[in-house]
Design a protein around this ligand. Sequence first.
Ligand SMILES: NC(=O)c1ccc[n+]([C@@H]2O[C@H](COP(=O)([O-])OP(=O)(O)OC[C@H]3O[C@@H](n4cnc5c(N)ncnc54)[C@H](O)[C@@H]3O)[C@@H](O)[C@H]2O)c1
Length: 382
Amino acid sequence: MKKLKTAIIGMGYIGVSHIDAVRRIAECELYAVADANRELAQKKAKLYGVPRCYDSIETLLADPDIEVVHNCTPNNLHTAVNKAIISSGKHLLSEKPLALNYNEAKDLLEHSQKNPASLAAVNFNYRMNPMVQEMRRRIAKGDTGDVLAVSGCYLQDWLLYDTDYSWRLEPEIAGPSCCIADIGSHWMDLVQHVTGLTITEVMADLRTVFPKRKKPLTQSETFSTNREKAYELVDVRNEDYGSVLFHLSNGAAGVFTVSEVSAGHGCYFQVEINGAKNSLMWNQEQNDRLWIGRRNAENSLLIRDPACLSPEALEHTSLAKGHPEGWNDAFTGNIRSFYRHIAGGKKGKGDFATLEEAARIVKLTEACVESHRRRGWVSIRE
Ligand SMILES: NC(=O)c1ccc[n+]([C@@H]2O[C@H](COP(=O)([O-])OP(=O)(O)OC[C@H]3O[C@@H](n4cnc5c(N)ncnc54)[C@H](O)[C@@H]3O)[C@@H](O)[C@H]2O)c1
């Protein structure tokens, strides 16, 4: 099998997870890496034996051998870099959020529609956990009944101290939201993916728990726990906590909380769907389990076991029962589904997030910010 030649731009926190994933996928080979920090790119290229290394995106895109490009740069570069990748005719896998704002996202979507040879997707990686796919299958088959209500949260603690800092807090780099755009985007995407419904209106209450933070004078790594000694005290404009009430396209009600200031949580991503027949609940921190709640019968816990999963979930799991799979496996599974779609001739719609779906998440994020500002409901016009 001919392997697709892959380049990854951005060798920061998530770029390294992309390296791991690409090295595990049979349909592709890691061919080039790039970062504006030349030393960092060279270090990763040497460590992983990557044939080509670039410090400029333009030079990388001019390399005719590269067929697929992953964009792992900070949010403010997504639109320009994604556009350039699509224009180059190479396939694009972009990190979320798709763009800084909906105008940019719409522009990118139109650009992608004019360049159909380049397949474009966005990395909403939680979709491909086998137990999430199991939820999706059960809801689609009608086993859960009509969706009545949805609730959950995504909690982390990496911004708990005023000495914690990230570009995600700066609107110029991250866009107008920190934790709704950063982790709420994953939560909203997953709910729409598993229910097959869309979020039609939102009412958000956002908080900047630390309105002032100590920004290190030298750049520190994302999620770093190193406390820099030299800092400047800066005003924080983006939120580090938020709760959102929402309505789904079938009229069902929903609510979620996102927080990056919740001590003890690293990736507490929980979704509960209450259906007319039963409830389903999944939590990323115990991601091999799916809780099934019933009114007049015993509740049960389905533990990941290839012998008990639907064909859709089975496609995204590889180890036998009792051999735990985790965050990295689902992450790889999402990227693998993108490559299989290309290798299979791009038939139908893959399970990964399309640009259209990702653009809608940008719209929802913007609606949450607008709702908070206006202190009222904001509907999402199509
Ligand atoms: N899917 C997920 O679960 C997930 C998790 C974390 C981050 N992300 C997303 O990934 C993106 C990157 O986040 P991160 O935490 O890795 O950030 P980061 O700051 O750790 O890394 C970004 C890298 O991009 C490089 N860079 C900046 N400008 C560049 C340019 N012009 N050309 C080439 N390289 C450049 C930086 O030097 C840095 O190494 C963000 O959009 C974020 O939302 C997704």
